[in-house]
Ligand binder design. Structure first.
Ligand code: SDX
Length: 381
């Protein structure tokens, strides 16, 4: 049989490569627009809830009233962790990064899944259970590492409010709950980002949904991706004052160090999620002494616009999210886990969709090493 060589084009970072078809999420990077199954992110952040958005991502349509109530009920009934998982979190080093704890527990949960069924329905149920449990994992680990007793999930609070309740041991105000809910909506999905792609690569081998989600968590952790929100807060602390912004940016750009919270592979315009986060950050910052961070960010925007705006480098989702979480009293190393709490809905939606017409991901590499040659024995080297 004759094997014809296909002409292969090298695309560093797979830029411009279309990896799959999807009905879940659409980005118009030039216009700075984002849609979940056709609905603009601005509408969803203002009018929807995270529970409703989960349904939307998994089904690509908004739920009827009874369907939403049913999903909310399943979420509430499946928030608790197996006792063994809590025991593991107690034993795990409490100095660990919460993303490492979350990745490990997402993986550990597979050991408690005794259902052998691999149908789409069974996998959707796993997606719902995983999403229900992520906030409990993060809050439980955080409480334990502070030598505090974990707070059991609240039987009647919504998804976002319950997370804050489990974290702090008291019910959030309606405003705090709304801000957290909107933050989860804004982070729920983003087309073929690195962590979603990582989870699809694992899923494409017909591995299981837990392994795929664990791959996603691992990929999200890096500072070029979800880890940027934590890195932004560190950067703001380092800059310390709006007057230092210009010299900080100059030094960073000279050393080719990336300014966290800016730039995006797809957006060559303002990330629409950053606009919404900025407004929440502004409202929360007005009332407290931490408005200094907000002022630094505004100055950063101004300086970066002048120096990098013509190159299409604008604020991304992570620039203002950290300030919002900080204002809610959440420690910086929980910012990326919060991203994961939201994004597990998107990862699983894409995994379930991809399995409908699965094909193994297996790209090529452009070989640049030595030509074929004879083995050289140890004594001859
Ligand atoms: C997320 O993909 C998604 O959808 C991700 C996400 C999601 O919801 O899933 O939106 C979430 O991950 C947001 C991004 C968070 N990361 C950061 O904020 C880290 C800082 N930003 C970058 O490092 C960078 O912009 C990336 C990684 C986000 C995207 O970079 P690309 O597409 O790989 O581009 P690049 O690194 O090759 O940069 C291209 C040029 C370079 O200049 P030149 O060498 O061509 O002269 O742009 C410059 C870069 O130096 N550049 C920046 C910059 N980002 C790009 N220069 C300074 N500061 C920056 N932040």
């Amino acid at each position: 049989m004759e094997i014809k060589e296909k002409s292969l084009e090298y695309a560093p970072g797979l830029e411009g490569v279309v990896a799959c078809r999807t009905r879940i999420c659409q980005i118009d990077g030039q216009a700075g627009k984002l849609y979940y199954a056709g609905y603009p992110i601005e509408d969803l952040a203002q009018n929807s809830t995270f529970e409703e958005v989960c349904f939307l991502l998994w089904n690509q349509r908004l739920p009827r009233h009874d369907e939403l109530e049913n999903l909310e009920k399943i979420f509430r009934e499946n928030r608790s962790l197996p006792q063994e998982v809590i025991a593991f979190l107690e034993l795990a080093p409490h100095t660990a990064h919460p993303m490492d704890a979350l990745r490990t527990i997402a993986s550990l949960l597979s050991c408690f899944d005794i259902n052998l069924e691999k149908s789409p329905e069974a996998n959707l149920q796993r997606a719902i259970f995983l999403t229900a449990r992520f906030p409990t994992i993060v809050a439980t680990f955080h409480r334990l590492r502070q030598n505090q007793k974990p707070v059991l999930p609240h039987p009647s609070l919504g998804f976002a409010a319950n997370f804050l309740y489990m974290l702090f041991g008291k019910e959030p105000t309606p405003n705090q709950a709304k801000v957290m809910d909107a933050a989860l909506i804004l982070h729920a999905d983003h087309e073929m980002n690195a962590s979603t792609f990582a989870s699809l690569v694992t899923a494409s081998t017909l591995s299981d949904i837990y392994s795929a989600v664990a791959s996603g968590i691992g990929a999200l952790k890096g500072p070029l991706h979800g880890g940027a929100n934590e890195a932004v807060l560190k950067m703001l602390m380092e800059i310390a004052d709006p007057a230092n912004v210009e010299s900080y940016v100059d030094q960073a750009l000279t050393k080719k160090v990336k300014i966290m919270g800016f730039g995006h592979r797809i957006y060559k315009n303002y990330d629409p999620r950053a606009r919404i986060f900025k407004e929440y950050a502004r409202r929360l910052s007005e009332r407290t002494k931490f408005s200094r961070f907000f002022k630094i960010n505004e100055k950063l925007e101004e300086v970066m616009q002048a120096k990098k705006g013509q190159h299409g480098i604008f604020p991304n989702v992570d620039l203002y999210s950290g300030i919002v979480y900080h204002q809610l009293g959440i420690p910086a190393d929980l910012f990326t886990p919060i991203f994961a709490i939201a994004r597990v809905s998107g990862w699983t939606a894409h995994i379930l969709e991809y399995w409908q017409e699965n094909r193994l991901f297996r790209p090529n590499a452009l070989y640049e090493g030595p030509a074929p040659r004879a083995y050289v024995s140890m004594g001859q080297r």
